[in-house]
Ligand binder design. Structure first.
Ligand SMILES: C[S@@+](CC[C@H](N)C(=O)[O-])C[C@H]1O[C@@H](n2cnc3c(N)ncnc32)[C@H](O)[C@@H]1O
Length: 287
């Protein structure tokens, strides 16, 4: 049983649970590419004040600290203290004493002055916030006029679904599971799935952003599935404390029916070469 106690553990361990060492390395390489794609859009200049909202293990903030070369300031912010403690330990171990601040706060309520930030950065944080408009309004409020909000978010509702990877004749209750998956993957109540590029564009407009781009990206991954991998897909929480895929199906079916389904998917996909699409957006909007 995979018990994930906090975000730091999720970021350092849990998210890699279903991956082979090669896939883990590919993911780490991909994260660097995503980071660089966000920072190219941000075009950070010396002496600016930058905030990384939902910094986690500091993927964006540590690179900004390096790029600012001792000028300006990077604010590491996160709703959860364990993330900030982990980043602070790394800063201390590397004897970094200035050029940064750590602020514990939710993105929906940031204790900073209006018009005080040059650029706000985020990677995969809005996806964990149910009320995205409130967070986006808050980001707009703290940005200086002409300030940028640059981010990357996965569009989970557009990803390949399990039923698309499997065949009706090999899966018990295929149609019912397809219907359930389609329903929870588009639920307004679920922060992971309640948005796409169009709803985000509307959120930005409603917040007051006047210009910018929301660019879509679709990354295909092709690999041979194993039954261990499939087991982890159903057992790994998408974030600490959130329901796993198995839990989500348990809202629709009893335990035995869900276990049968997982067994059928494992049996069908074990050793099969599969192709999975992951959709995401790069955001660069200007106040
Ligand atoms: C998927 S992780 C991304 C971490 C980091 N940005 C990265 O790219 O590696 C999501 C992060 O969002 C933070 N988070 C979740 N809800 C939040 C909220 N309402 N406000 C601010 N941060 C939040 C979590 O603590 C976690 O660090």
């Amino acid at each position: 049983m995979n018990i994930c106690k906090n975000w730091t553990q999720w970021l350092l361990e849990t998210r890699f649970a279903s991956m082979t060492p090669e896939m883990r390395q590919q993911t780490l390489n991909w994260l660097q590419i995503v980071r660089d794609n966000i920072l190219v859009r941000a075009n950070i200049k010396p002496n600016q004040t930058i905030i990384d909202i939902g910094t986690g293990t500091g993927l964006l903030a540590f690179k900004v600290l390096e790029d600012l070369k001792g000028t300006g300031e990077i604010i590491f912010s996160d709703k959860f203290q364990d993330c900030l403690d982990n980043c602070e330990n790394i800063l201390k171990q590397n004897d970094v004493k200035s050029g940064y601040r750590l602020i514990q706060c939710p993105a929906e309520n940031i204790p900073l002055e209006d018009n005080s930030i040059d650029t706000a950065l985020m990677r995969s944080v809005l996806v964990h916030i149910k009320d995205k408009q409130t967070a986006i309004n808050e980001i707009y409020r703290i940005l200086k006029p002409k300030g940028h909000f640059c981010a990357f978010e996965p569009i989970i509702r557009s990803n390949t679904r399990y039923w698309e990877l499997t065949s009706p004749e090999k899966i018990r209750n295929y149609e019912k599971f397809k219907q359930a998956e389609n329903e929870f993957m588009t639920s307004e109540e679920d922060s992971l799935c309640n948005f796409d590029e169009y709803t985000l564009a509307k959120n930005f407009e409603d917040a007051g952003f006047t210009d910018g781009t929301v660019d879509c990206d679709v990354i295909p991954s092709n690999y041979t599935a194993t039954d261990k991998m499939v087991e982890e897909w159903f057992a790994t929480p998408p974030s600490p404390g959130m329901p796993t895929m198995k839990d989500r199906f348990l809202n629709y079916f009893d335990e035995e029916t869900v276990c049968n389904y997982i067994e059928d998917v494992k049996k069908e996909l074990n050793g099969k070469f599969i192709s999975v699409n992951t959709r995401s957006v790069y955001i660069n909007v200007i106040k």
